[in-house]
Design a protein around this ligand. Structure first.
Ligand code: GRF
Length: 194
């Protein structure tokens, strides 16, 4: 177990694109006494991302980046992360694919949560594909981000049984609850590697 007394918290940035329930979960986690993270910065590629209400509510600096020109957006982000001495990036429903160059700059320090049992069902529309294929189980995965989509080293996974009457929507809702638990556990697990 990692001993979390008198320790240095990781300066963390959370990247979002949507509802932000994972962001909300991480913010609450960051307020706990024995948390290893301090959320310094929230960024979104979408001006209307609902999750931005959480950074506002908890008074965490947030910024929106237009990805029309990806290279330019990434350069601006890298600059802003450097200024804020960010050590850990948590992708939380962030829908843009980061470039090799960006990932290299934060090698091993970018986490992502994906709503499937990776390596199965990488990419989008996971729950729909899982149900169409009549899978018995699904779940969620926290992994380190590398150059290939949803393919980096797996930190933790949670497996759940698919119910007979599950729809993509009901499955997404059930898995999301586990995502929130898993993300916190995964951060605790990797903390000692920093
Ligand atoms: C989550 O299911 C996450 O795994 C996926 O997108 C969803 C984002 O949800 N990548 P939220 O914005 O955190 O509520």
């Amino acid at each position: 177990m990692i001993k979390l007394t008198g320790f240095k918290k990781l300066r963390t940035a959370v990247f979002i694109s949507g509802a932000g329930s994972n962001l909300h979960n991480l913010i609450k986690f960051s307020f706990l006494k024995k948390t290893p993270i301090k959320i310094i910065f929230v960024l979104s590629d979408k001006r209307k991302a609902k999750g931005l209400r959480f950074s506002k509510k908890y008074k965490i600096e947030s910024k929106i980046y237009n990805f029309h020109n990806k290279l330019d957006a990434e350069n601006r982000i890298l600059n802003d992360l450097k200024k804020r001495k960010i050590e850990l990036i948590c992708l939380a429903g962030f829908m843009k694919i980061l470039s090799k160059k960006f990932i290299k700059k934060f090698n091993g320090k970018i986490l992502n949560i994906h709503p499937s049992l990776l390596p199965k069902y990488k990419g989008l529309n996971t729950h729909q594909r899982v149900i169409i294929n009549k899978e018995k189980y699904s779940g969620c995965t926290v992994h380190i981000v590398n150059n290939k989509l949803d393919s980096g080293k797996i930190i933790l996974q949670k497996k759940i049984k698919i119910l007979n009457n599950d729809t993509p929507r009901s499955l997404a809702k059930r898995i999301l609850k586990y995502e929130h638990i898993l993300y916190k556990k995964a951060i605790m697990k990797i903390y000692s590697n920093f």
